[in-house]
Design a binder for this molecule. Structure first.
Ligand SMILES: Cc1cc2nc3c(=O)[nH]c(=O)nc-3n(C[C@H](O)[C@H](O)[C@H](O)COP(=O)(O)O)c2cc1C
Ligand SMILES: CCCCCCC(=O)C(=O)O
Length: 344
């Protein structure tokens, strides 16, 4: 089956994945206001195309914290991937490598981070939850550094695990056989809710790897992140899975970009489903975007190849958007190419 839109992968994945896993993947938190808004808001931005811009083929190559990637589209950290495909994280890292882009391994992976690194062929970052037991986080950082991961992505929007009401209403639970492969059997796996900004200074003292914060949505916190010496920010609502009614990521992006003022790289996730979504996030100042659920649809449908195919669709759609709007390179995509209008 040759799919040309990520939504076709969604339909096909729904047929393959069991009901509980599907609900876990697709759900957001609370009334799912932010989950819906993350998608809808893209329709409130319109591209202002420029004509007579000579180009052969658009150049999608870029770098992320110095690592070259073939396009500004990256794999977001997603936990429990063996629930969706027996090869889980190994397959998604392979498919991401096939697309020559970056994979972020989750703290809640069902494959050991060392085994993900062995399977991967592209650059890797490691996503860290700040666990109640600091030693657990410290050990993960040291293992990630030893295994060749190039940055630590600290998820900061999860001082508590979000209230997934759809999942709870369905009375679903995760199979006991799904192990968090990276955590020691004695670790509670509870996220720490007592931390303040000084925990970032503690983390800084542990590693020389670049540190990014995932889940910053305000200029105030972006300025604090700068003051604590972080190397990058990912503007994210965790795919609408943490605070319901949090402002959608695309609405938060401009204020974070403005506050950071080019001093560090700003990334984006939540709601990317098409290449024009990627284009719009880049135009609002993101260096690159992370994709979550669509890659898991690809994984569920066809393992590593499915992941690579989803990347290929997004890539081709972005290429078309660039060719038809007069952007020969991703560095040319800027705010002047976008207009906001709520007409739908
Ligand atoms: C099933 C699922 C599991 C996730 N697991 C993690 C995780 O372990 N760590 C993390 O920082 N974010 C996690 N996220 C959030 C993603 O990294 C990302 O922020 C989100 O999926 C982006 O939104 P999108 O799915 O609309 O692309 C998860 C999201 C989903 C859907
Ligand atoms: C310790 C928190 C585990 C959460 C793992 C998965 C996740 O982030 C999600 O959104 O689901």
């Amino acid at each position: 089956m040759h799919f040309i839109q990520t939504s076709q992968f969604e339909e096909a994945a729904r047929q393959k994945v069991d009901e509980a896993a599907w609900c876990y993947l697709e759900s957001g938190c609370g009334t799912e206001q932010t989950l819906r808004a993350n998608i809808k808001i893209f329709e409130q931005y319109w591209i202002r195309p420029r004509v007579f811009v000579p180009m052969q083929a658009p150049d999608l190559n870029t770098t992320v914290l110095g690592s070259p990637v073939s396009m500004p589209i990256l794999a977001a950290p997603i936990g429990f991937q063996r629930w969706f495909h027996p090869e889980g994280e190994r397959a998604s890292a392979q498919g991401t490598g096939q697309a020559q882009t970056l994979y972020v391994a989750s703290s809640s992976a069902t494959t050991r981070l060392e085994d993900i690194a062995t399977a991967a062929t592209g650059p890797l970052w490691f996503q860290l939850y700040l666990f109640e037991e600091r030693d657990v986080s410290a050990e993960l950082v040291q293992r990630a550094e030893a295994a060749g991961y190039r940055a630590i992505v600290v998820t900061v929007d999860t001082p508590w695990y979000g209230r997934k009401e759809r999942f709870a209403r369905g009375n679903y639970s995760m199979p006991g056989t799904l192990l968090k492969a990276n955590l020691d059997e004695h670790a509670s796996g509870m996220v720490g809710s007592q931390y303040g900004w000084e925990v970032i200074d503690w983390l800084r003292s542990l590693t020389r790897l670049p540190i990014l914060l995932k889940g910053v949505l305000t200029a105030e916190d972006a300025r604090k992140a700068l003051a604590h010496g972080v190397d990058g920010i990912i503007v994210s609502t965790h795919g609408g899975r943490q605070l319901d009614a949090a402002l959608p990521s695309l609405l938060a992006l401009p204020e974070v970009v403005e506050a950071v003022n080019g001093q560090i790289e700003v990334y984006f996730d939540s709601g990317i489903r098409t290449g024009t979504d990627v284009f719009k996030a880049l135009a609002l100042g993101a260096r690159a975007v992370f994709v979550g659920r669509p890659l898991i649809w690809g994984l569920a449908v066809n393992g590593a190849q499915g992941v690579a195919d989803v990347f290929a669709i997004l890539r081709e759609e972005l290429e078309y958007a660039m060719m038809l709007s007069g952007c020969p390179a991703v560095s040319c995509i800027d705010r002047s190419l976008l207009r906001e209008a709520h007409i739908l």
